[in-house]
Design a protein around this ligand. Structure first.
Ligand code: GRF
Length: 213
């Protein structure tokens, strides 16, 4: 079933681009119905416009509280994708409250540049370099009330090289982010996602892991 997506962004939008490209190549059965940015003028918005996708800028500072911002987002997202759509956080730099998450249960997805539960929060790549881990990666997960704590949908592994700094590692992880995120969305579009009796996501017929090439 074709997935209706709302993509929330705050920055460069390379993950949004990966979704748009996968759709254009016929590898992802989805339509991006709306891109919302909380930051005006970011590259993600021009990427959406170039693909003919409607965009909206909703600056969070214009709202008195997080809940008020989130309630506004719920309305906009519902108009675009209804209650069965999937919301993708693709470099969206705001924490969403229950006001938003309860409106789209098990339908809000985030991509994070580490192998969660290692290195949640900001600058996961720098955390990995400083800790000296030899393998890191990226994780696509359902969003819950915590920061990068929700149920894991899929992961890709990325080696950390001796001379890596934050930026070289981030670039290597991004390549895998751009495979993993459209891949997980496609498995959802194919109706493979279910939840086991402990509430953990499982994909029928797929091991949702990418290893380095
Ligand atoms: C990615 O590293 C993603 O994992 C993190 O924010 C970054 C967004 O990059 N959540 P982009 O805007 O998709 O280029």
């Amino acid at each position: 079933m074709t997935l209706d997506l709302a993509v929330l962004v705050s920055g460069s939008g390379t993950n949004l681009q990966a979704i748009l490209d996968a759709i254009a190549r016929g590898e992802l059965d989805a339509r991006v119905r709306l891109v919302i940015s909380n930051v005006p003028g970011v590259k993600a918005l021009s990427r959406a416009e170039a693909a003919g996708v409607p965009t909206l800028v909703v600056p969070h500072k214009q709202f008195p509280t997080r809940d008020a911002f989130d309630a506004h987002l719920v309305e906009r997202v519902r108009e675009a994708v209804g209650d069965r759509g999937v919301v993708v956080l693709a470099g969206f730099m705001r924490i969403l409250t229950a006001t938003f998450l309860d409106a789209f249960p098990r339908r809000v997805i985030n991509i994070h540049p580490s192998l969660l539960p290692a290195f949640p929060g900001v600058d996961a790549q720098k955390q990995a370099v400083e800790k000296g881990v030899r393998i890191t990666g990226c994780t696509v997960h359902l969003v819950d009330a915590g920061t990068d704590t929700g149920p894991i949908l899929g992961q890709a592994a990325v080696p950390v090289l001796d001379d890596d700094d934050r930026d070289t590692l981030a670039a290597r992880i991004l390549v895998q982010e751009h495979r993993l995120l459209p891949g997980v969305l496609q498995w959802i579009a194919e109706g493979r996602l279910r939840f086991d009796d402990r509430g953990r996501p499982r994909f029928d017929g797929v091991v949702p892991v990418y290893w380095p090439a």
